[in-house]
Every structure is written in structure tokens, then in C-alpha cells.
Design a protein around this ligand. Structure first.
Ligand code: FES
Length: 185
């Protein structure tokens, strides 16, 4: 039985309550401070800080968002606006390996659907689902800017291009044997 998540980063309906603010270790706080120090405006550090919060908490949950708003000096709504724009930011829990298959035109005309179907049959999940063991989530996303090497997908921070069903099999096996990065670095 697979678990459902919403692939297009929905905006949570409930605002976080004020005391629901994430906390982090000294080392993580130092990492965050180092990013903030690079920019004249704190809010410019929004993406690197989002990736840190996602890495530490698994996804961008409400306490994490409240923390970001506090550190960046912006509204909670500003954080959600950015978080819901990028497919690399998850606002719901996803599996250890999140396979994001591009479904836009260049990929579609050279076989994106076949790649998605192959992922579905190999993993036993549909787009928007996470495998029961928590290892894999599958999504279809819009153009990832790698149209010249279509069809392609993203896993973690890495692109896998010129995909064939055989290459997908290899990638899945590499995930299962923990040889692939899942973006937690
Ligand atoms: S259409 Fe797939 S990367 Fe651009």
C-alpha cells in the first residue's frame, strides 16, 4: 500500500502557531549564519536556508517555515510563496529517493511517458505516491531546463538524462544499494 503526497507543493491551509518554530543544532545554526552573512539583505538567503531546513527536517514543515520567516525577517506567506514554486522543495514528506520525471514537451515527445510508466511498474507507485518502505516517491514535474538531453529526471540535486527503461532500472538499483545521492549532502 503506497502513501499519498501532493506533488505540486500545496499551500498548507493552516498557518503555523507562533510557538511551532523549528530548532537546530549549533553546527546547523552556524551554517545558516554563514549563508546570511553573504548577503546585504537577509531575505536573499531564502533558497540556501530552505535547502538546509529541508535537509534537516526531511521536508519544509510548518515549524521549519516559521523558523525561516523569523531568521529571514519575512512573512510566513513569503516563505510559502517561494516553497510552492520550486519542485525541489517539498512541503510534504517524500521518500528517501524522490524521482522527478520531466513531463514537458521536449521530454514528452521523446518518451517521458514511457519513462514514467516504467518507474510506476518498477516501483509499484504512481506519481504523487511514496512506496510503503519510504524509499521512493515519484512525481512528474515541468521542464527542468535540460531539454537537449531529454527524456530526463531529477533525483536529489542530480540530473539523469537521455533516459531509457534500462537506464531507469540501473538508477533504481543504485538507489536501492545507496550508491546515489538523494540530495542530503
Ligand atoms: S522539457 Fe524536459 S527538461 Fe525541458
Amino acid at each position: 500500500m503506497s502513501k499519498q503526497f501532493t506533488p505540486n507543493n500545496p499551500l498548507p491551509q493552516e498557518a503555523p502557531v507562533p510557538d511551532e518554530i523549528a530548532t537546530f543544532s549549533e553546527a546547523v545554526e552556524a551554517e545558516i549564519d554563514a549563508h546570511l552573512a553573504k548577503y546585504p539583505l537577509k531575505r536573499s538567503a531564502i533558497l540556501p536556508l530552505m535547502f538546509i531546513v529541508q535537509r534537516e527536517r526531511g521536508y519544509l514543515d510548518k515549524p521549519g517555515v516559521a523558523y525561516l520567516a523569523d531568521r529571514l525577517g519575512v512573512r510566513v506567506t513569503d516563505i510559502w510563496e517561494v516553497a510552492t514554486f520550486y519542485s525541489m522543495i517539498n512541503t510534504e514528506p517524500v521518500g528517501k529517493y524522490h524521482l522527478q520525471v520531466c513531463r514537458t514537451l521536449s521530454c514528452k515527445i521523446v518518451g517521458a511517458d514511457k519513462i514514467t510508466e516504467h518507474c510506476k511498474s518498477r516501483l509499484g507507485i504512481k506519481p504523487g505516491e511514496t512506496s510503503e518502505d519510504g524509499q521512493f516517491s515519484l512525481s512528474e514535474v515541468e521542464c527542468l531546463g535540460s531539454c537537449g538531453t531529454a527524456p530526463m529526471m531529477q533525483i536529489g540535486f542530480d540530473y539523469y538524462e537521455n533516459l531509457t527503461p534500462e537506464k531507469v532500472d540501473e538508477l533504481i538499483e543504485q538507489c536501492r544499494s545507496n550508491q546515489l545521492s538523494n540530495g542530503v549532502r
